[in-house]
Write a protein that binds this ligand. Structure first.
Ligand code: HEC
Ligand code: HEC
Ligand code: HEC
Ligand code: HEC
Ligand code: HEC
Length: 245
């Protein structure tokens, strides 16, 4: 599908932001609504890729782990894109002659990476790092939406500063157990896991085994994990220098 609005609309949005104070009394409100709309933030915009790769098929239906392809996500700032070799592990056998996969075969035989277009971008003056988020229990779905239902990936959050800050003020709304980070369907209500004490230590029974408990909702689980994962307080996490270094 073709892009409806070019990325340069973002520039238009910035310029119109400056105009808001001047219009404050009159049309300012509608303009502000437009500035935060999906079209302007780039959210839900579909981007053409060299190969129409579908997360819906590969993740939603085949159930492949995010980490199988985005190998760096737990260890580095960038999640990265898979090398063509990863595709060929399967596509030398499955759909090996399909036209749609011609760019992959070409890339593989010539040793030139597929030129995927990056969709999510934070400005260079902002520091973002995947590894700390996923290692502290923030799920991919909290920031990327329902990837397992997307044929072509689109940006489902604004990635504005206020979006980052909303979560840094109250991360407990999003925290989950570390082994559920890639799960696109996780819900805290009814989750059975270790019980934590007020210091965030696992509570054990007389044999030293972790005591299990059933959590009722996200806030109960999130507050326990906030201690267990040693998440710092909002004053620290909203400090300008944490993201603007
Ligand atoms: C079989 C390999 C494969 C698996 C498994 C996979 N991805 Fe991807 N992913 C890709 C490829 C290839 C791209 C680049 C093309 C595109 O944007 O669709 C991509 C792009 C993305 C993007 C867009 C990045 C950007 O800004 O350009 C996100 C977000 C993403 N993947 C998240 C996930 C999540 C979350 C999972 C697990 C639930 C996952 N992926 C599983 C191969 C994979
Ligand atoms: C673990 C195995 C596996 C890996 C790795 C894999 N695929 Fe697939 N892919 C499949 C299977 C199985 C199908 C067939 C799905 C179907 O018929 O519904 C498929 C189908 C496709 C199709 C056909 C259209 C569709 O989505 O049904 C494309 C294009 C494709 N894969 C591209 C890629 C690319 C690009 C990569 C690497 C980033 C990749 N695949 C990695 C197993 C894999
Ligand atoms: C706290 C929010 C957050 C979480 C959690 C998160 N991402 Fe991202 N992701 C981002 C942001 C922001 C970007 C853009 C980063 C940039 O431009 O430097 C991004 C970019 C990406 C990209 C594009 C390539 C890259 O490295 O920049 C991929 C692929 C991706 N994420 C996959 C994942 C997967 C897979 C997970 C879960 C294992 C995940 N993300 C968890 C916010 C998040
Ligand atoms: C859904 C929740 C969530 C969102 C959204 C989110 N973060 Fe975070 N972020 C966290 C958590 C949780 C931590 C870990 C804090 C800790 O360990 O004390 C963290 C840590 C960080 C750190 C590491 C600080 C350090 O001292 O190493 C940076 C930098 C950061 N986030 C930047 C961003 C930026 C930039 C965005 C927006 C593009 C963003 N985050 C969006 C939850 C989030
Ligand atoms: C959790 C991460 C985070 C923290 C903390 C943070 N910012 Fe940002 N900031 C961002 C992101 C992401 C952007 C780029 C997206 C945007 O423009 O909203 C940004 C953009 C900006 C911009 C450029 C805005 C524009 O429209 O071009 C300024 C100025 C700024 N931040 C100042 C600050 C100040 C001052 C603080 C401390 C009070 C702060 N930031 C704290 C993440 C953060």
């Amino acid at each position: 599908m073709a892009q409806v609005f070019p990325k340069s609309m973002n520039v238009v949005a910035r310029v119109s932001l400056l105009a808001i104070p001047l219009l404050a009394a009159g049309g300012g409100v509608t303009l502000a609504a437009l500035v935060r709309s999906d079209y302007v933030t780039g959210a839900r915009e579909v981007t053409e890729q060299p190969i129409a790769f579908s997360h819906k098929h590969h993740v939603g239906q085949l159930g492949i782990d995010c980490k199988y392809c985005h190998t760096a996500v737990y260890d580095s700032a960038n999640a990265g894109f898979p090398p063509t070799k990863t595709c060929m592990n399967c596509h030398q056998q499955i759909w090996q002659a399909a036209d749609i996969l011609a760019p992959a075969r070409d890339s593989y035989s010539r040793g030139i990476p597929i030129a995927w277009t990056k969709i999510h971008n934070v400005p260079h003056y902002t520091y973002f790092n995947h590894s700390i988020h996923v290692n502290k229990g923030v799920g991919c779905v909290s920031c990327h939406g329902q990837i397992d239902e997307m044929n072509l990936v689109y940006q489902s959050k604004t990635l504005y500063m206020e979006w980052c800050l909303d979560c840094h003020r109250a991360p407990e709304k999003h925290l989950r157990p570390l082994d559920e980070v890639q799960n696109m369907r996780f819900t805290a209500a009814g989750y059975k896991g270790p019980e934590y004490d007020a210091e965030g230590k696992v509570v054990t029974d007389e044999h030293g085994h972790p005591k299990m408990k059933e959590y009722r909702n996200q806030s109960e689980l999130g507050l326990a994990l906030k201690k267990a994962h040693m998440i710092r307080e909002p004053q620290v996490l909203t400090n300008c220098s944490i993201c603007h270094r």
